[in-house]
Structure formats: C-alpha cells, structure tokens
Design a protein around this ligand. Structure first.
Ligand code: GDP
Ligand code: MG
Length: 174
C-alpha cells in the first residue's frame, strides 16, 4: 500500500487599498516575518502555508495583489478559483475603510458567490493614530455579513486567528 500525503489546495485572495498591509499580513501568516521597508508588490505573487486543520492537511495558497490596487484594475482572473478572500483596510486611514464597499462590489462581480470573506482592520498596534473605531467596523461587518477582526501584521496580534477563522469557515468546522 502506498500512502500518499495529499494536501488539499485552497486559493485565498487578499484585497484592499495600497499600503494597508496586505503583503505584511501574508508574510506574518506564512513565514512569521515582518518588514518595515516593504516595497509595493510587483507582478502577481502568492505565498503558501501548509497546515493541519481538523486533521486534514491543507495547503493555503494566498494571492497578493500586485500593486494593481492603485489602478483598480485587478482582472477577474485573479479571483478565479478563490474560495476565500481577505478584505483589508488600515485602521489609521479612514478612506481605506470607506473603500471596502468598492472592494466588496468588485468581489461580488468577479468571485464565486460562495466565496468566504473576512474583513481585517490592520495596524491595530498604531493606537494613537486610529481613524476607524472598532464599533464602526463591527457595525459595517454585521451589515455586510462579513467575518471581522482587527489585526496587526507588525505585532502579529490576531493574524493567525484571522486566517484560521477564514480557513475554518471554508471547511465549516467552526
Ligand atoms: P500593501 O500595499 O497592502 O501590501 O501594504 P504593505 O504590506 O506593503 O505595508 C505597507 C506599509 O505599512 C509598510 O511600510 C509596512 O511596514 C506597514 N505595515 C504593514 N502592516 C503593519 C502593521 O500591522 N502595523 C504597522 N504599524 N505598520 C504596518
Ligand atoms: Mg503589497
């Protein structure tokens, strides 16, 4: 008997305005790394992390928008096959939160209807610079029927739990 260790591939996309911390959230989740001097992502890129979830081996392939967030021209090819999406805003820049509605429209227009979406308010470590209250975000997330968490790619707070919340929901094992 040949036993193969097959892992199931899950495609996740990360979207949101430029500089909200998408690339650093990915780096924190997949490599437990953070870089202050993060360059804006060039070319379509993804990072992967293999993990065990509910005794299943899962390979999460997480796609990072390649700087197109500036031009709002992410093609629907980017969303094809994605089972999960992370919508990211920056708690210290209100307009990145106000744009989330646009990102939701884009997701609805391009992604599969069954895609699981988690809203993330990143940079929760910058306490004194906050422009988006937790209450506003919770209310919006409830209205839109999104899972929600604040997080910090810098400190690592809630990053693991946010990704796991997404992956667990995809599997319906919450
Ligand atoms: P992206 O354009 O959405 O991929 O954003 P990046 O991941 O490149 O991050 C943009 C900038 O925000 C960089 O200077 C990061 O160092 C910084 N940054 C990202 N996440 C955090 C965070 O959680 N806290 C703080 N203080 N800075 C962050
Ligand atoms: Mg980036």
């Amino acid at each position: 008997v040949i036993r193969m260790c097959l892992s199931q591939h899950l495609l996740i996309v990360v979207v949101g305005d430029s500089a909200v911390g998408k690339t650093q959230l990915l780096g924190r989740f997949t490599k437990d790394e953070f870089h202050f001097d993060s360059k804006s992502t060039i070319g379509v890129e993804f990072q992967t992390r293999t993990l065990n979830l509910n005794r299943k081996r899962i390979k999460a392939q997480i796609w990072d928008t390649a700087g197109q967030e500036r031009y709002r021209a992410i093609t629907n090819a980017y969303y094809r096959g994605a089972v999960g999406a992370m919508l990211v805003y920056d708690v210290t820049r209100r307009h990145t939160f106000d744009h989330i509605a646009k990102w939701i429209e884009e997701l609805r227009a391009n992604a599969d209807n069954s895609i699981v979406v988690v809203l993330i308010g990143n940079k929760s470590d910058l306490v004194g610079k906050r422009e988006v209250s937790l209450d506003d975000a919770v209310e919006f997330a409830e209205e839109q029927g999104l899972f929600f968490s604040e997080a910090s790619a810098l400190s690592g707070e809630n990053v693991e739990t946010a990704f796991l919340m997404l992956l667990e929901e995809i599997y319906g094992v919450v």
